[in-house]
Design a protein around this ligand. Structure first.
Ligand code: HSE
Length: 322
């Protein structure tokens, strides 16, 4: 049995989802892979928060050095959210020889080059599948089985909160604010949902996707981004009358001259396009490769367990290579 020690940073929604995924499937993972994951330390100030998991309080610390300098920890899982201090903590963990797994799109998109270079320099692994599309495997396929393609275009619905809001407004005529509140209660929305509704979260994800799919890192703030706060019930009705739905779409396309065209914004998607059937917190990535042609990846883009699934997948991948 291979024992892998985990240092977890952040026991919020996604931290709990990761804990539960390992609790639910730990025995199966052990049986199938011979890997036994163990939480060694948890960086979390809010020790007494109500959580429906049973965590030994001795695991909690408020000092990140307890993770970076701990010989029993092989992999640091960063689930704090936000750019800082998360990015600095990940860099310090990598510099201390720890492998790192994260779901944090904001920190990865803002520091993509730095994080990858640091992992390479320190000869450790850095994985971030959960940062784009929640539970949907999209980054790893692009890095492995799709590597033989030139990707020509990508269209993605990459934010569960806004897709949930637009779906509920379209299908049930509900009000924006009430639906946003439900999305927050379901654990889809960011701590500050401005990042969701203004499209910033999608720009972060598109930045990461483009870096992998087109080998071109574009900072999120360089991506033209429009959110959904300006979308009215009338806009939705107008789209309906044309046989279309309004979706917040991340688009990127390689032009004939080799330049990349990219944008995030609300779009009318015709009802017969595969992306029109992606509802609620579901996400999808529709892409075209020059060999494989059209592909669509579909699944839950937000929520504790779907995101926990992607985090645990990265943990297993790392553990198998250690
Ligand atoms: N707030 C994000 C969303 C979480 O709604 O998609 C997953 O990245």
């Amino acid at each position: 049995m291979k024992q892998i020690g985990l240092g977890l940073m952040g026991l919020g929604n996604i931290g709990i989802g990761t804990w539960k995924t390992l609790e639910m499937n730990g025995e199966t993972i052990k049986k199938n892979t011979g890997i036994d994951f163990k939480f060694v330390k948890i960086l979390e100030k809010n020790v007494d928060a109500k959580r429906d998991i049973d965590v030994d309080k001795k695991l909690f610390t408020d000092d990140p050095q307890d993770l970076f300098n701990n010989d029993d920890i092989d992999v640091v899982i960063e689930l704090l959210g936000g750019i800082e201090p998360a990015a600095s903590f990940m860099l310090e963990a990598l510099n201390n020889g720890k492998h790192v797994v994260t779901a944090n799109k904001a920190a990865v998109a803002a520091n993509y080059d730095k994080l990858l270079e640091s992992a390479e320099k320190n000869n450790v692994m850095f994985r971030y599948e959960a940062s784009v599309g929640g539970g949907i495997p999209i980054l790893n396929p692009l890095l492995t089985v799709l590597r033989g393609n030139e990707i020509e275009s990508i269209m993605g619905i990459l934010n569960g909160t806004t897709n949930y809001i637009l779906t509920q407004m379209t299908d049930f005529g509900l009000d924006f604010d009430a639906v946003l509140k439900t999305a927050q209660e379901k654990g889809f929305a960011e701590a500050d949902p401005t990042a969701d509704v203004e499209g910033i979260d999608v720009a972060n994800k598109l930045s990461i996707l483009m870096a992998i799919a087109f080998d071109k890192y574009v900072k999120p703030q360089e991506i033209k981004t429009t959110g959904i706060t300006g979308i009215t019930k009338q806009d939705i009705e107008n789209a309906k009358s044309k046989g279309a739905k309004i979706k917040l779409v991340a688009g990127a396309k390689k032009l004939a001259n080799g330049e990349l065209e990219y944008e995030v914004g609300p779009m009318e998607i015709a009802d017969d396009h595969p992306l029109a059937s992606v509802s609620n917190e579901f996400n999808a990535v529709f892409l075209k490769g020059n060999a494989v042609d059209e592909l669509m990846f579909y699944g839950k883009g937000a929520g504790p367990l779907p995101t926990g699934s992607a985090v645990v997948g990265d943990l297993i991948d790392i553990a198998q290579r250690i």
